[in-house]
Write a protein that binds this ligand. Structure first.
Ligand code: 5GP
Length: 204
């Protein structure tokens, strides 16, 4: 475990992303971490590309045919990881459509940040039976977004090779539930605790 104070007292070596979270992240009430300056609004492409390289190291021994993510904020990290795997990215789209569309796989995802249910879809053209899929997202909190993506891969008859996450909020339990269910979840930074008032962030 590594405890770090927003003001700068460090008790362990930090990785690239942990450093960046401390320098640029803003803790908002409601357990929301804003990282808009490099990941979620403005994208620091060389920096995110370094994270992509990390994911290639972590999952490089797997057969990966495609990376699957969800719009919008997973797309950046998925694309900058896909460059190193040399594979396409498919992103699940939020849609107003109904489950009746025969050309699409569809599922429901509860949005953590917007507190509403989204209907999300992927065309059957882009997820095929037997494909090996790496699921990726920017954040993992309760696990709803990843569970929706898992459902889409299951509907398509694909094989989930792993789940790559930039920032996991470990205290919300989604990541550990997925690990217990047998998925290989790798997160570049796992936050164990964060406090909006003091600015203290504790990494796992
Ligand atoms: P989950 O579905 O695991 O509860 O939440 C993950 C999704 O919600 C991610 O796709 C991410 O976009 C969003 N999210 C969850 N927590 C945070 C957060 O603290 N900050 C930001 N920026 N997005 C979050």
């Amino acid at each position: 475990m590594c405890i770090v104070f927003g003001g700068g007292i460090r008790v362990a070596e930090l990785n690239l992303l942990q450093e960046k979270i401390l320098s640029d992240g803003v803790i908002r009430p409601g357990n929301v971490l804003k990282v808009d300056s490099f990941l979620n609004h403005q994208i620091d492409v060389p920096f995110i590309s370094e994270l992509g390289k990390e994911f290639k190291k972590l999952f490089g021994d797997r057969k990966v045919d495609k990376i699957l993510t969800i719009e919008a904020s997973g797309i950046g990290i998925a694309c900058l990881t896909a460059v190193y795997f040399g594979v396409p990215v498919v992103f699940a789209k939020k849609s107003a459509g109904s489950n009746m569309d025969k050309e699409m796989f569809a599922t429901e995802v509860m949005s953590y940040t917007h507190n509403r249910k989204n209907h999300v879809v992927v065309s059957k053209k882009y997820l095929k039976p037997g494909e090996h899929i790496l699921i990726m997202d920017d954040f993992l909190a309760n696990g709803c977004a990843v569970s929706g993506l898992l459902d889409l891969v299951k509907q398509a008859g694909g094989i989930v090779e792993g789940i790559g996450i930039c920032i996991e909020k470990g205290f919300q339990g989604g990541g550990d539930a997925l690990r217990e269910a047998g998925y290989d979840v790798r997160s570049l930074a796992v936050i164990e605790k964060m406090d909006a008032e003091t600015g203290v962030i504790t990494f796992r």
